[in-house]
Design a protein around this ligand. Structure first.
Ligand SMILES: CC(C)(COP(=O)(O)OP(=O)(O)OC[C@H]1O[C@@H](n2cnc3c(N)ncnc32)[C@H](O)[C@@H]1OP(=O)(O)O)[C@@H](O)C(=O)NCCC(=O)NCCS
Length: 193
């Protein structure tokens, strides 16, 4: 059974280099800056444009939801905002959730994404009690696919023409990890709050 209490309040998760804290209004600057980056928007397939007020309202709202968990990925050294990772789209009966992650420009390629994802999967399969976590990644994003594979995801299939970007259709790759799948060991200790 899915433990909603492990999704809200969103617990803090720690790894050797990162602290994943509940995403909230205090992260507005970092979230807003990332939304202004064209390459980040292409990689995440973000067509929509948001006002700063809409983003602020979203950050105010998400903490109360018990069917999702939004984390800010921060540096354990100095608290720098490095990106966000979100468990959402809860399918209660089938103990399944979707996950998405995006680091801020300049942060990819240093292992932070894989480290954060591993901590979230530990929590998802541990305290939350999920059986399956899935995601979709665009076929033009091999860096993300490689990171997800390192975290334990396997490719399940390909969805054709899921994104129209600058007049060109792109496919996406469906990846998932089950609670029973082998995963790399994690250094993430149990949630602290
Ligand atoms: C996807 C993301 C979270 C991954 O986190 P990360 O910290 O960059 O990932 P890592 O550094 O742990 O791993 C990246 C891997 O991709 C590999 N890689 C990088 N570019 C690659 C390419 N063009 N082709 C194949 N592999 C590539 C790296 O070598 C590394 O693998 P390795 O450790 O085996 O050498 C992060 O890159 C990110 O947020 N990117 C911007 C937004 C985005 O793409 N979000 C995902 C949308 S689905």
């Amino acid at each position: 059974m899915v433990q909603h209490s492990a999704l809200s309040p969103v617990p803090t998760l720690r790894t050797s280099r990162l602290v994943l804290v509940p995403l909230g209004p205090e992260h507005l600057e970092g979230v807003w800056a990332a939304l202004g980056d064209e390459e980040s928007n292409r990689l995440t397939g973000t067509h929509a444009t948001f006002t700063r007020e809409q983003v602020a309202a979203h950050l105010e709202r998400i903490g109360a939801a018990d069917d999702r968990a939004d984390w800010a990925i921060t540096s354990s050294d100095d608290g720098t905002y490095l990106g966000e990772v979100v468990l959402n789209e809860l399918d209660d009966e089938n103990a399944c959730m979707n996950v998405r992650i995006a680091l801020v420009p300049g942060a990819p390629g240093r292992g932070y994404g894989t480290e954060a994802m591993t901590a979230v999967l530990d929590h998802a399969f541990g305290a939350v009690g999920l059986h399956r976590v899935e995601l979709s990644v665009y076929a033009f994003n091999p860096r993300a696919q490689r990171s997800y594979e390192k975290a334990g995801f396997v490719v399940e299939g390909r969805q054709r023409h899921t994104l129209l970007w600058d007049g060109t259709w792109h496919d996406s790759v469906l990846m998932a990890v089950l609670a029973t799948d082998p995963r790399p060991s994690s250094d993430a200790p149990a949630p602290t709050s």
